[in-house]
Design a protein around this ligand. Structure first.
Ligand code: ADP
Ligand code: MG
Length: 258
């Protein structure tokens, strides 16, 4: 689904003081694109995702999702927030079917869809396990299944693989690329890992330090399907990584100086 962001900005008021989180942002994300947001901590990346998801009002400007202005919760997006929403006291089956329950899907249909989804994210056989019994990577796959189960046209992902070790991260990236290519969903992916952004996205947006604004835009012309294990050894990868780092490094340094 197409996301059209027009002069979207955000100011928070906290204890009577105004914090400018995001300067007016203009960005058109065509349907089916895999776009990545990078930027120093606190530059408003999560804020922008929250506004696309409709869980945070804008202070100015407008966001449209498939042409429709986002006002209130946007049910056409699947949102993997920075802190995942896997409930520790529910089994994997129950966790993954929860969004379907909310949408009133009947029990038999829920079981079928959960089974198909768990197969897709390689979790078949863990239906009756509890999250605490799973590894970090498996838990992430549960969180991914939770948003994919209702087949949203757009996926918002906020540093979803940040806490994983390097190898596991590459495997999750491969799985995500596979799902994206198979479904044609629009993906907006926030990461602090430049390599991850270049590996996954067809376009990378670099935000400045707070209040965030778009500082640089890089098209990643590496062909899909991409193998996250191999793509980093291509010359094009290095070139883009270098350009992104040039845009990003001063922004991080500014933040450090405060
Ligand atoms: P990022 O995800 O890029 O690290 P955020 O979008 O979380 O950044 O935050 C951007 C800025 O807005 C930060 O300075 C943060 O402290 C501030 N901020 C975020 N949420 C709130 C809030 N609810 N109230 C006040 N300030 C907030
Ligand atoms: Mg954030």
């Amino acid at each position: 689904m197409t996301i059209t962001i027009t002069a979207a900005e955000k100011r928070y008021v906290s204890r009577g003081r105004e914090i400018r989180a995001l300067q007016p942002v203009d960005l058109e994300i065509p349907a089916g694109e895999f776009i990545a947001f990078v930027g120093p901590s606190g530059c408003g990346k999560s804020t922008l995702l929250n506004m696309i998801a409709g869980i945070l009002p804008l202070s100015g400007g407008e966001i449209r999702h498939d042409g429709v202005p986002v006002k209130g919760i946007n049910r056409a997006v699947g949102y993997m927030t920075q802190v995942d929403s896997v409930l520790p006291w529910r089994t994997i089956q129950e966790n993954v079917e929860l969004p379907l329950r909310f949408r009133g899907v009947a029990a038999a249909a829920r079981r079928d869809r959960v089974a198909a989804m768990l197969a897709k994210v390689n979790l078949t056989g863990f239906e009756n396990s509890f999250p605490v019994e799973l590894s970090g990577g498996m838990r992430k796959r549960v969180a991914l299944a939770q948003v994919l189960i209702y087949d949203p046209g757009t996926l918002l992902m906020d540093e979803p693989f940040g806490a994983l070790d390097a190898q596991l991260k590459l495997m999750m990236q491969a799985e995500l690329l596979h799902i994206w290519q198979a479904t044609g969903k629009t993906v907006v992916f926030v990461t602090h890992d430049l390599g991850e952004a270049v590996t996954l996205a067809s376009r990378v947006i670099v935000f400045s330090g707070r209040p965030g604004r778009i500082k640089a835009v890089e098209n990643v012309r590496l062909p899909y399907p991409r193998d996250p294990f191999k793509v980093r050894f291509m010359p094009e990868f290095e070139t883009i990584y270098g350009r992104l780092w040039e845009a990003l490094a001063p922004e991080i340094a500014k933040g450090e100086a405060i």
